[in-house]
Ligand binder design. Structure first.
Ligand SMILES: [Zn+2]
Ligand SMILES: [Zn+2]
Length: 244
């Protein structure tokens, strides 16, 4: 196993709340400067900037996992990570049909810019991406399995848009194997309140909407290699429980 510095929850200029300077190229470039080994691009309810970020990641030697921060019907945020762009874009198409059809108002919510591999803005996404979808939390893991995706309930220690704030508890029958905390110091309290969490791996990410907020190389996971497959396997391998 090798140590990998990670930040697996990042927003680009495609998220309405993401800074317009957070282009895929600027995100990957900042990750490279900060000496991160692996990042994930997780815009709200979309994977449409992942192709550009992955291509630029190859140039920099930074592993870029294609992902999405899904908003469930209950407005719980879930980081969804994929083994390859094809699976991610198939899930993107699935989710696009299930977002509330509210047009984005860029003046109120921010722009939603789609970029190409040259980091040029090539389009805008018309539907507001931070709305809820009609996918309920208890369906997320089974739906994701159809796309070989990994489910990571996001920032579950936050007071909004989280599993513990919006549902109040970890639902019986949960099958996710990894969760995310905004602040690792909340780990033991949450595990004591929700014993299921003791069976999971835990990560912490920046949830950066501005490139300067991307984490320094302070969080480490251990995987066989820096490939996407090995990183996702490390996140879902509960044979040795750990903060990955
Ligand atoms: Zn969130
Ligand atoms: Zn986020």
């Amino acid at each position: 196993m090798i140590p990998l510095h990670y930040d697996l929850h990042l927003h680009s200029c495609l998220s309405p709340c993401g800074d317009n300077e957070s282009t895929p190229g600027n995100i990957v470039g900042m990750a490279f400067i900060k000496q991160l080994d692996v990042i994930a691009l997780t815009d709200h309810n979309t994977c449409k900037n992942c192709k550009a970020a992955m291509a630029i990641g190859e140039q920099y030697g930074v592993t870029v996992i294609p992902g999405m921060e899904l908003t469930t019907a209950e407005e719980v945020h879930v980081v969804c990570l994929f083994h390859n762009l094809e699976d991610a874009m198939a899930f993107d198409a699935y989710v696009e049909k299930r977002i509330l059809p509210i047009p984005n108002n860029p003046k109120a919510f921010g722009d939603q810019f789609i970029c190409d591999e040259n980091d040029e803005v090539v389009g805008t996404f018309p539907t507001l991406l931070i709305s809820a979808t009609d996918i309920s939390f208890d369906k997320v893991d089974s739906v994701l399995k159809e796309f070989n995706g990994v489910m990571i309930p996001a920032h579950i220690d936050k007071n909004s848009f989280s599993l513990t704030s919006n549902l109040g508890f970890v639902p019986p029958g949960s099958t996710f194997k990894c969760f995310e905390l905004a602040d690792m110091s909340n780990l033991h309290r949450l595990q004591n309140e929700n014993p299921y969490l003791k069976t999971c791996n835990v990560i912490t990410d920046s949830d950066a909407h501005y490139i300067e907020k991307i984490n320094e190389a302070v969080n480490t996971l251990y995987a066989r290699s820096n490939t996407i497959d090995d990183v996702l396997n490390a996140l879902t391998d509960n044979s040795t429980l750990k903060s990955v």
